[in-house]
Design a protein. Sequence first.
Length: 435
Amino acid sequence: MAGAALFFVTMIHGVQAQPLTRIDNPASLTAALTTAKPGTVFDLAGGEYGPLTLTGLKGTTAAPITLRSADPAHPARFSRMQLRGVSHVTLQGLTFDYRFDPGDKSHLRPFQITSAQGITLTGNLFDGDTARGVSAEDDGFPTAFGLSLRQTSQVRLDGNVIRNFYRGLVVSDSTDLTVRHNDVHDIRADGMDFAQVDRVLIEGNHIHDFRRVVASADHADMIQFWTRGTTRPSTDITIRGNILNSGTGMYTQSIFMRNDLVDTGKAGRAMFYRRVVIEQNIVINAHMNGIAVGETHNLVIRNNTVVRNAASQGVADNPARWTPQIRVAPTSTQVTVTANVTSTVTGQDAQTGWTVADNYLIQDRSPRQSGYYDQVFVAARSGDPTDLASFAYLKGGPLAGKGIGAALLDKPPINLNGAQVPGLRSSDDRAGVSE
C-alpha cells in the first residue's frame, strides 16, 4: 500500500519478536510515531524525509524504539534532527544531510539531542556542507555543527561518520557517554568537543584530514575539553585507542584539555579534571599540543605514540611549534606518564605524586642522535602520512616488541581502508584510575 505504514508482528521460535513497522514516506512516519510503543522497529524506505522531530518519545532499556534504514545502501535521509525529552531510542543506518542556506551561521546546530537518555546512534552518516556567499574566509569551507548533545545521559555513538562540518561532535552537561569507532574528517575547526561531562569513553575513533582555514582565528583541535562557562569539572574520562592523523590536511592540536577556569585564576582545585586516562592513542600531527592536559587530579597518560607529520606543519621556521609533544599542567596532582613515544614530556618538576618513566623520545632532525625517525619507524618521514603503515615500528628497531607506545603500531601490516581499525576493541570499557 503506497503511502501507508505497514505493521507486522513476527514470531521467532514461537516467541513474539519486536513489532516492525515499514515506512515509505514522511507522512507515514509522522503518523506511526504518534502510536509508537517500546520495542517498535521502524524500517524506513530510502528517500528524503525532511526534519526528524521527536519529543517525549519513550522506549525502555529492554525494548528501545528503533528507526533504521530498511536498505543501508539506500538510506532514509533527514535534513534536520531535534530529539528532546526522549529515552531509549536507537537511530541506525540513517543519513543526516545538512545543506547550507543563506544566512546560516557557522555555529548552527542542525542535528541536536537535548534532555535525553538511553540514545544509541550506530552506522549513521552526518553529512555537512560548505558555506557560500558569507565571506572570502568562509566560502568553500565546512560550516555548522555535526551533532550536538546537551543534558544527556547514557548516549552511545558507535560506527558513525561525521564529515564536512565546522565542528563535528559537541557535547556538554552530559553523563555516561560512549563515543566509539566513529570516523570524523573534513572538519574545519574541532572534531570532538566536551565540556562538563562525566563517565565518558572515547575509544577507537579515526579523526583525520581537517579542512582548515589557517589564516582565520579558528582554534582547531581533534579532541578538546574545556571548563570555560561550566560549573563543574569533567570527570572519569577515558580516551583510548584513537587514531588522530592530520594526513594531508593542515596541523591541529590533537588531544587538548585546557582547564580555562583554573589556569586563569577563576577557580581552584575544585575545578580540576578528575580521573583521566589517555592510553594507546596514535597522534600524527604537526602542532606542539599533541597531548596537552590542564590542571587535573589523578591523570594517567600511557602507551601513546605521538609523531610529527611534516606535511601538515605551518610556514614559519619554528620546529618546536610543529613538533607534537606530551604536556601536563605542573599543578596537576597524582600524575603518571609512562611508556609513551613522543618528542618530549613537559610539566614534571619533582612534584610529589608524579611518575614520569619509560618514555621513548623521538626526533626527526638529526640522523646521528638517538630516536631518529628512520631508526624507529618504517617510513614516518618519507612515507604516505595517510597510511598508518608508514608509522609502524621498524622490525628490529628500538620499539619493536618493547611494549612502549601504541600497541597497534607494533602489529603490522596495518590497513585502514577508510574504515575503523581492527584490534582497538576492548572488553574493559573504562579502565579508570582510583581516587
